[in-house]
Design a binder for this molecule. Structure first.
Ligand SMILES: *[C@@H]1O[C@H](CO)[C@@H](O)[C@H](O)[C@H]1NC(C)=O
Ligand SMILES: *[C@@H]1O[C@H](CO)[C@@H](O)[C@H](O)[C@H]1NC(C)=O
Ligand SMILES: *[C@@H]1O[C@H](CO)[C@@H](O)[C@H](O)[C@H]1NC(C)=O
Ligand SMILES: *[C@@H]1O[C@H](CO)[C@@H](O)[C@H](O)[C@H]1NC(C)=O
Length: 243
């Protein structure tokens, strides 16, 4: 993690294969740095990072939206945090960052997902939290072409998941937010651990289509969080009503 050697967060990563107890086929991707280029096939591991900082920290010279791997952003000297994940390509994964050790509003409140160097891809920045509001649930789509990451983006579905629940506020007609002072790490009683659901789209290096995106779309109507039984007690009690 050369240029972005910021503190690693405590990371919890669960995949459906883990929970289903099936040993998935081998991981043939030797690249473990989120700041290197690679091409992948189905069931390889793929390493990417999520950086937390203020919105301005993700912009260079006023307008250039660089990857957090680009040393010109000098994130390591800013008030920033990096989490690194290695999910399996084409498996639905739910990544969580435990809020008992991390409070995004203390680190600028925005996040960017990123991977690669010469072929760097980064997501638009997403608002996570400030002292008023905290968003705890995101869906990140990793879009590949012939196994190379092309695009990372946040998929929103409006505020359908929280409409009608007065505990939530719908921000910008796209994100369900909780009041930050209801979060455990701010004196409230809601576990505001951040959950990032992943989906893969496009093609792998053998031109096989990556389909987990369609599964997410279909699963959304059911309780996706209930797939993750380990998390259910700690993280999902607050989601039960709308998943
Ligand atoms: C910064 O932006 C200004 C104006 O857009 C440009 O003239 C200048 O060359 C840029 N500096 C660097 C180091 O890229
Ligand atoms: C927090 O973010 C919300 C939504 O972006 C904004 O309306 C509000 O003014 C912000 N509050 C503070 C204290 O920055
Ligand atoms: C977060 O960490 C705390 C303390 O280690 C633990 O009690 C809690 O269950 C964790 N929450 C989740 C969602 O894993
Ligand atoms: C609203 O969300 C809160 C927090 O997750 C939950 O405890 C409550 O039961 C929900 N209320 C309704 C009406 O769904």
């Amino acid at each position: 993690m050369a240029t972005t050697a910021v503190t690693l967060l405590q990371i919890l990563m669960l995949t459906t294969s883990l929970l289903a107890g099936v040993s998935s086929a081998g991981d043939h991707n030797p690249v473990y740095s989120p700041c290197s280029d690679t091409t992948v096939q189905v069931s390889d591991g793929f390493t990417f990072g999520v950086a937390f900082a203020s919105r301005d920290n993700f912009v260079y010279n006023g307008s250039l939206q660089l990857s957090p791997c680009d040393s010109r952003l000098s994130l390591s000297s800013q008030n920033a945090q990096i989490a690194v994940f290695r999910p399996k390509v084409d498996e639905i994964s739910l990544l969580t960052i435990n809020s008992s050790s991390f409070s995004p509003d203390n680190y600028g409140g925005y996040m960017v997902a990123f991977a690669g160097r010469k072929y760097a891809a980064r997501s638009p920045n997403a608002f996570v939290a400030n002292s008023t509001y905290t968003i705890t649930s995101f869906t990140l789509v990793l879009d590949f072409e012939k196994g190379r990451l092309q695009n990372l983006y946040w998929k929103r579905d409006g505020c359908t998941q929280c409409s009608g629940n007065s505990s939530f506020v719908c921000l910008n007609e796209q994100d369900c937010a909780i009041r930050t002072n209801s979060c455990k790490n701010h004196g409230g009683n809601v576990d505001c651990s951040l959950g990032i659901q992943l989906a893969f789209s496009g093609t792998d290096k053998h031109f096989s289509a990556l389909n987990s995106w369609y599964e997410v779309e279909n699963l959304r109507q059911y309780s996706l969080y209930s797939l993750y039984s380990n998390l259910k007690d700690s993280l999902t009690s607050q989601y039960n009503s709308f998943f």
